[in-house]
Design a binder for this molecule. Structure first.
Ligand code: ADP
Length: 361
């Protein structure tokens, strides 16, 4: 087990900066997920921690010891890859025991540790099989086993479930969560899948273009995003953003007009000072639209499409020519495409953002 400090870490490839100065502290035993769109630098950051990629600038400390320029083998870190990276000519037993053989552990110890690891990951029946005779999920379990058996201080996972189908992903996600619970090691996990991130993470690190946008517990990011990027990245279907004008301000309050929905007045509580005439963005998650009765304001618009998923329904509602709102409605009411529907918005469940995308609180 170990804690990790990233201090002003930068990475460039041929003078192109891809990581712009990351400061982050990961506590002993924490499960941290790096999440963000493709190309934002998640894998590069993970590979720098692993020692597979040189750190251009900044420092990496493990338990307070500077590891910035230590080789991968000296860091006490094990990594599990999306591609499994198993040795194709070795059995499962061979794949598991190989790291211990390399470090010249006694035979009896190797045997015992292979069996213990196989037990943890339900691989006992598969020890004599070759990787090609395993399913994707089983291969990934062997890859995880090969990481565990070395008893590393820190586990790194680089999109480990991306090659699995939806059902297996869910199953393995639960297994990885349980593994973290039983081992208690520090784990860092990279994914572009916000659902995976939300369910596994103690803390999520949301990255965009090589910088950290926000760090926090999954629900804290969901309820209290710092900017439109984080609000938009977390939550599925995505949060709706509507253009709004500040029409009046008093101490601690603003009155908004949302022209496109013909809403004249939505009063929101804010600490920040805004100016009359200022343009802002109102963010409302699909699940936060309510029935018009008793809501702070309401609007009517045209239903263009409805998805009925059994446990919930998503309504697509057109407004102002080409814009569409996604509204979640738990209780199914019979609507036909083209119907006019009416929904309410409550200030308390809405988020406000400046033109720059920063949250207004
Ligand atoms: P992610 O894992 O978030 O998809 P990556 O860490 O793979 O993103 O990539 C971050 C950025 O660094 C991308 O713009 C990518 O093109 C660039 N990059 C990654 N590896 C290399 C490399 N070996 N040489 C040059 N550019 C690279």
């Amino acid at each position: 087990m170990a804690n990790l400090q990233l201090k002003a870490i930068k990475k460039s490839y041929d003078n192109v900066n891809v990581i712009h100065g990351i400061d982050l502290e990961i506590k002993d035993g924490e499960f941290v997920v790096f999440v963000g769109p493709s190309g934002c630098g998640k894998s590069t950051l993970l590979r720098m921690i692993a020692g597979l990629e040189e750190i251009t600038q900044g420092h990496l400390l493990v338990d307070g010891v500077d590891m910035t320029h230590q080789p991968a083998t000296e860091r006490g870190i094990a990594m599990v890859f999306q591609s499994y990276a198993l040795y194709p000519n070795m059995t499962v037993r061979g794949n598991l025991s190989y790291p211990l053989e390399v470090s010249k552990r006694p035979k009896a110890e190797i045997k015992q540790r292979v069996e213990l690891t196989a037990q943890k990951l339900h691989l006992n029946e598969l020890l004599d099989r070759m990787p090609r005779a395993l399913s994707g999920g089983q291969r990934q379990r062997v890859a995880i086993g090969r990481a565990i058996i070395r008893e590393p201080r820190i586990f790194l996972f680089d999109e480990p479930l991306s090659n699995l189908d939806a059902e297996l992903r869910l199953e393995m996600r639960i297994e990885i969560a349980k593994l973290h619970e039983s081992l208690g090691n520090t784990m860092i996990y990279v994914t572009h899948d916000q659902l995976e991130a939300m369910t596994l993470a103690d803390r999520m690190v949301v990255l965009r273009q090589g910088v950290i946008e926000q760090v926090g517990a999954p629900l804290a990011l969901y309820h209290n995003p710092d900017n439109m990027f984080v609000a938009g990245f977390i939550g599925s279907p995505r949060i709706n953003f509507m253009a709004a004008d500040v029409v009046a301000t008093t101490v601690g309050q603003v009155q908004l007009r949302i022209e496109e929905l013909a809403i004249d007045s939505l009063i929101m509580t804010v600490q920040q000072r805004l100016n009359e005439g200022e343009k802002v963005w109102l963010g409302v998650r699909p699940e936060h639209f309510v029935s018009a009765d008793g809501a702070d304001c309401h609007f009517s618009s045209t239903l263009t499409f409805a998805e009925h998923l059994g446990h919930t329904n998503y309504l697509y509602v057109d407004y102002d020519q080409e814009k569409t709102l996604v509204i979640e409605q738990r209780e199914l009411e019979k609507h036909t495409n083209g119907d006019s529907v009416t929904f309410g918005i409550n200030a308390q469940q809405s988020l406000l953002f400046a033109q720059s995308g920063e949250r207004i609180r």
